[in-house]
Design a protein around this ligand. Sequence first.
Ligand code: TRP
Length: 338
Amino acid sequence: MQQNIVLTGDRPTGPLHLGHFVGSIRNRLSLQEKDKQFLMVADLQALTDHAREPEKVREAVFGVTLDNISCGVDPKKTVIFIQSQIPEIQELAFIFMNLVSVTRLEQNPTVKTEMKQKGMKDIVPAGFLVYPISQAADILSFKADFVPVGEDQLPMIEQTNEIVERFNNYYPATPLVFKKVKALVPNEGEGRLPGIDGKAKMGKSLGNAIYLSDSAREVEKKVMQMYTDPGHIHASDPGKIEGNIVFTYLAIFDPDQDAVTELKNKYQKGGLGDVEIKKRLIKVLNDTLEPIRIKRENLLKDKDFVRNVLKEGTEKAKDIVRQTFEEVNRAVKINYFT
Ligand code: TRP
């Protein structure tokens, strides 16, 4: 049976957190067992909104890779590579730019939200505005069948499929060069982890994240600060479960869900203190993170390990991209010397 091609990507702008673990890394662990998975470390995309922080992006390229491998993404099963080291992807993006209107880019909901969050107002870098086109090139360079993404990335997949349609229409070939791709979105309520402050999303820039590289002590501190039910003042008071982040986390990470159901009942009736449920969560999270920490430490003993993984992965990825690129050049009639 032919394997599906899966392309996933991370923007290297800082260390990964539990939100990434729940939203994408867990998914990668199961996909790598059956599909041909490529994991792009999208450094050029990171530079579209971090142009003045090249050091930070560079460091995060290694950090993000280490985070993924420490969690179990296996470089023998998943090809991990660096976007910028395959220039053909950007050449493809340049060809795609002729297939998308500026208005269409300005209407992209993800880009719009990000521009607002990042305070870009009147100074939107051109590179940032066109990053959905570049992301389409990331995906189509590999002729991916599936792209696992969070809800917020769905407009990127839509944009990619519009490009597929227009490309095949402008540059017909037999067989057609590209086919449409499908998004793999986590089930309702499964892919998103709220921040420790109760905000809908955990995020680096929001300052509400628990990092995969946090120490046990840091995890403890963050859980103790966690948002619960502001009306639950004494342990004996009845408490609310909805919007109570400690219970949201327990529902996701606690291996003993029967015990969690009991705790929920007790909390709602009254008689269970916040400190008690927080202590449980600290243990549950540290049990999840401890094997990841150990693996990270072991990997760090070989200081070239991550670099070598990326180098080998990039070579493998290049072979695939070159094939696509040849077909594209032929279809667009810019294959002068072959
Ligand atoms: N935009 C994605 C993010 O912010 C990262 C990314 C870059 C990506 N290229 C990709 C994701 C290609 C999927 C496919 O997380």
